[in-house]
Design a protein around this ligand. Structure first.
Ligand SMILES: [Zn+2]
Length: 305
C-alpha cells in the first residue's frame, strides 16, 4: 500500500509573495530571482490509490492548486477525483477554499465539531447547502482514527487520526467563541502501514514527539524562523507565540526540540513570507538543511510505500 502525497501549497496565510508585503523576500519573489519560488497557501492532497484524493485544508488558492495538479482534474463532466476535504482548523486560510469549491458539486467535509460550529456562524456557508446532500459533514473526534469514505460510501484506504494541537481559535472567532481543544488539530494520515503527519499549525511540538518519530514523513509548522520575526521587521505584530506558532530556531524552536528525530523525512511547511529560510542563500537555510530538514514546496510529491 502506498500513501500518495502532493503538497499543493506550502506558504502560511497570505502566500508568497504576500500582496501587501514589501519585505526583501517578497520583492525577490516578485522579481523572479533564482531560488525564490512563489508559494500558495498551505494545503496537501493525499490518496491511497492514486485516483481518489482528499484535500487536507481548502486554501484560498485551491482553484490554482487544482488547475496545476493533473491528478485533481475532472475525469468526466462532473466526476472529480477530489473525494473530500479534511480541515485542521477554522482559519480562513484553511477554509475559504470550501466556498470556491461550490458550483453545486457535492462536498464531503471532515472537521471537529468545534470547527464546524465556528463555520456555521457564517451565513455564507449556506452556499454549500443549495440542495439536500450538497455538503456532508463528518465529525472528527480527537484521538479516534477513522477511515475516510468516498462519495459512493466506499472505503478510501485513507485513515485519519485527529490529534489536538495547541493552537488558537480563528482570528474572526476571537471573543466570539472560547478557546477549545478542538480548535486546532494535527493529522496522522495512514494508508496501510505508511504514515504522514501533517502539523501545519503547532504552538508546542513537545506532546507529539512520539507521533512524529513513528511516521514516514512529517510536514511541520515552519511559519516563523524566530520568535521575534515580525516585530523585528518593525511590523506592529506580536511574537510567534501570540499567533500559536512555535518558531524553527532558538531555545524553544522545533529545530532544537526535535533534534533527536532522525527517522521520518522532515519538511517544514506553512512558511511565512518573512521567513529567512525562503532565501536559498541564507545562513538560516543552510542551518536547517544541515540538520536534515527540507523546505516543502508547491507541487512536491511523495510516494510513501
Ligand atoms: Zn514579505
Amino acid at each position: 500500500m502506498t500513501l500518495h502525497v502532493i503538497v499543493l501549497g506550502s506558504a502560511a496565510g497570505g502566500g508568497f509573495p504576500q500582496w501587501n508585503c514589501g519585505c526583501d523576500n517578497c520583492q525577490s519573489a516578485r522579481r523572479g530571482e533564482s531560488g525564490f519560488e512563489a508559494r500558495t497557501q498551505d494545503s496537501v492532497a493525499v490518496s491511497a490509490d492514486g485516483k481518489n484524493w482528499f484535500l487536507l485544508n481548502a486554501s484560498p488558492d485551491v482553484l490554482v492548486q487544482v488547475q496545476r495538479t493533473p491528478e485533481l482534474w475532472p475525469t468526466g463532466l462532473r466526476d472529480v477525483p477530489i473525494a473530500g476535504v479534511v480541515l485542521t482548523n477554522g482559519d480562513l486560510d484553511h477554509c475559504l477554499g470550501l466556498f470556491l469549491l461550490r458550483e453545486s458539486q457535492p462536498l464531503t467535509i471532515y472537521a471537529t465539531r468545534r470547527v464546524e460550529e465556528g463555520l456555521r456562524k457564517n451565513v455564507a456557508l449556506r452556499t454549500l447547502e443549495r440542495f439536500e446532500g450538497h455538503s456532508r459533514w463528518h465529525p472528527l473526534a480527537l484521538e479516534r482514527e477513522v477511515e475516510l469514505l468516498l462519495p459512493s460510501g466506499a472505503k478510501s484506504g485513507i485513515f485519519v487520526l485527529p490529534v489536538a494541537a495547541r493552537g488558537k481559535p480563528p482570528l474572526h472567532l476571537m471573543g466570539v467563541m472560547d478557546p477549545h481543544e478542538e480548535d486546532n488539530i494535527l493529522l496522522r494520515i495512514r494508508a496501510g502501514t505508511r504514515k504522514l503527519v501533517y502539523a501545519s499549525a503547532v504552538a508546542d511540538a513537545a506532546p507529539h514527539l512520539e507521533e512524529f518519530a513513528s511516521c514516514d514523513a512529517l510536514l511541520l509548522d515552519g511559519t516563523f524562523w524566530s520568535e521575534e520575526e515580525l516585530p523585528g521587521l518593525g511590523l506592529s505584530l506580536g511574537p510567534a507565540k501570540t499567533m500559536a506558532h512555535q518558531p524553527i530556531s532558538g531555545e524553544r524552536g522545533t529545530l532544537r526540540k526535535l533534534s533527536d528525530l532522525k527517522g521520518p523525512r522532515r519538511l517544514y511547511t506553512h512558511i511565512n513570507n518573512t521567513n529567512p529560510v525562503l532565501n536559498p542563500a541564507s545562513p538560516e537555510r543552510s542551518t536547517l538543511e544541515a540538520a536534515g530538514w527540507e523546505i516543502a514546496r508547491d507541487g512536491l510529491r511523495m510516494e510513501l510505500g
